[in-house]
Design a protein around this ligand. Structure first.
Ligand SMILES: Nc1ncnc2c1ncn2[C@@H]1O[C@H](COP(=O)(O)OP(=O)(O)OP(=O)(O)O)[C@@H](O)[C@H]1O
Ligand SMILES: [Mg+2]
Length: 235
């Protein structure tokens, strides 16, 4: 589903990804682990087209991105947009629209990007909020929600675009232990339902309990790739 082949990425001539090759399978949950600064967020951002790279190739299904320099042309921009819709991203800091309710946040992209009918968007958004345990909070604004609740709205918002794969960058790291459990439960339910996910995490519990596959990135190099137990034992 996602194939990363020999990707090299540098920032200001500092190599951040030093030839990364890894495959994330459809319907499986992968955990991306490793020390801070190892390149995990950068790799997720490259997969989703938010960050370009100097060498190698990344494909998400049948859409492939190669190295580029300069501004993307029109065809390239269309491809980037298609990849972003295919690979939904959930950021550590939720990134909800502060002036919109939970429901409006989840409806926004299907309504304005996909231009689906408002009634359908609303029904679907309510059912997604229900799925993440927030059906009763659909009219709350982000400031009225706890961190764990906001993170769950962010997950519902990503799911609203029917992504083929969900990329999550440390979805539990900003949360206290009780809120973490709420979000982990949502992730586990999604995993059981056969979603394809790549989760960047520092939590051994997330790797052990949710992932089918784990990859450790250190200093821009894949230093372990195997079952969660193998990769955790290696760390
Ligand atoms: N936009 C940028 N410009 C310059 N350097 C960057 C940029 N983004 C990331 N880096 C550098 O790239 C390296 C890898 O960063 P990245 O955020 O991918 O690490 P990470 O594995 O996600 O770390 P953490 O676990 O702390 O989130 C770091 O040294 C970081 O300082
Ligand atoms: Mg990071």
């Amino acid at each position: 589903m996602i194939a990363v082949e020999s990707v090299v990425k540098a920032f200001d001539r500092r190599t951040i990804l030093a030839g990364v090759s890894v495959t994330f399978a459809r319907g499986k949950v992968a955990a991306l682990v490793g020390p801070s600064g190892g390149g995990k967020s950068t790799l997720l951002r490259c997969i989703n087209g938010l960050e370009r790279f100097e060498r190698g190739r990344i494909s998400v299904g049948d859409l492939a991105l190669g190295p580029t320099s300069g501004r993307p042309d029109r065809a390239e921009r269309a491809k980037l947009q298609a990849i972003r819709q295919r690979a939904g991203m959930v950021f550590q800091q939720y990134g909800l629209f502060a002036h919109m309710t939970a429901l409006q946040n989840v409806m926004e992209a299907p309504l304005h990007v996909r231009r689906h009918a408002p009634k359908d968007c609303r029904e679907r958004a309510l059912s997604l909020l229900d799925r993440v345990g927030l059906g009763h909070r659909s009219h709350a604004f982000p400031r009225e929600l706890s961190g764990g609740e906001q993170q769950r709205v962010a997950i519902a918002r990503a799911l609203a675009m029917d992504p083929e794969v969900l990329l999550l960058d440390e979805p539990t790291s900003a949360l206290d232990p009780a809120r973490k459990i709420e979000v982990v439960k949502v992730l586990r339910d999604l995993a059981v339902s056969g979603a394809t996910m790549v989760i960047v995490t520092h939590e051994a519990a997330v790797v052990r309990d949710i992932a089918d596959h784990a990859v450790c990135l250190r200093d821009g190099i894949v230093v372990a790739d195997g079952t969660p137990a193998e990769v955790l034992a290696d760390q």
